[in-house]
Design a protein around this ligand. Structure first.
Ligand SMILES: C[S@@+](CC[C@H](N)C(=O)[O-])C[C@H]1O[C@@H](n2cnc3c(N)ncnc32)[C@H](O)[C@@H]1O
Length: 179
């Protein structure tokens, strides 16, 4: 695949309360690949805290999602919040990889391009709606949320949720994983 460039608007990080609703749908003892994450990520920390094995890879550490995959037999799920500017390319690659996945993605316009229309039409997937909008963080430690997005985020999943549409409530006070 040609090199795919992200954008600086991709540097927003997920608060713990937005990771929490997906946790109960992942089988205990599983190994989870977080392909857009460093050890600081709330995905990585929360999954480890719940007892999962986590493979965290990030472009800064030399692991380009479009070129790298851990050994296929070594992981069970792919879970993360991907770079927004690459959501179509990310979803296409995820469907190609064929493993169960869950990606937290802004829902506005998600079904509106012809390319994504065809992708969603031709693949099996599920969606999780959250009752509140997720406010993303600009750093991993302060707990401050810089962006209050004018759109809702959803989990698009493949082979994870028990129904095609699932609704979950979040508690926005839990920004960082309790230590
Ligand atoms: C929206 S941020 C989310 C980060 C983290 N997953 C979280 O939820 O806190 C997406 C991250 O993916 C990284 N990224 C961009 N392109 C990538 C690529 N091709 N492979 C791996 N990581 C990439 C960005 O640098 C950015 O840190």
């Amino acid at each position: 695949m040609d090199k795919v460039a992200g954008s600086k608007n991709d540097e927003f990080y997920t608060p713990y309360y937005a990771v929490k609703p997906i946790l109960k749908y992942l089988k205990k003892g599983a190994t989870i690949w977080c392909p857009f994450d460093t050890q600081d990520s709330q995905f990585v920390k929360s999954l480890q805290m719940e007892g999962y094995d986590v493979i965290a890879t990030h472009i800064e550490d030399g692991y380009d999602f479009f070129e790298y995959e851990p050994n296929r037999d070594s992981y069970d799920y792919i879970v993360s919040n991907p770079p927004y500017s690459l959501k179509t390319e990310v979803l296409e690659r995820l469907f190609e990889l064929g493993k169960p996945f869950a990606m937290l993605i802004g829902v506005v316009g998600l079904f509106e391009s012809q390319r994504r229309f065809e992708m969603f039409r031709d693949n099996d997937w599920e969606i999780m709606y959250l009752n509140r909008r997720v406010s993303f963080m600009k750093d991993f430690t302060s707990g401050k949320t810089a962006l209050n997005p004018p759109f809702s985020s959803v989990y698009i999943t493949h082979d994870i949720l028990p129904k095609q549409v699932v609704f979950e409530e979040i508690d926005k006070k839990q920004v960082l994983l309790p230590v």
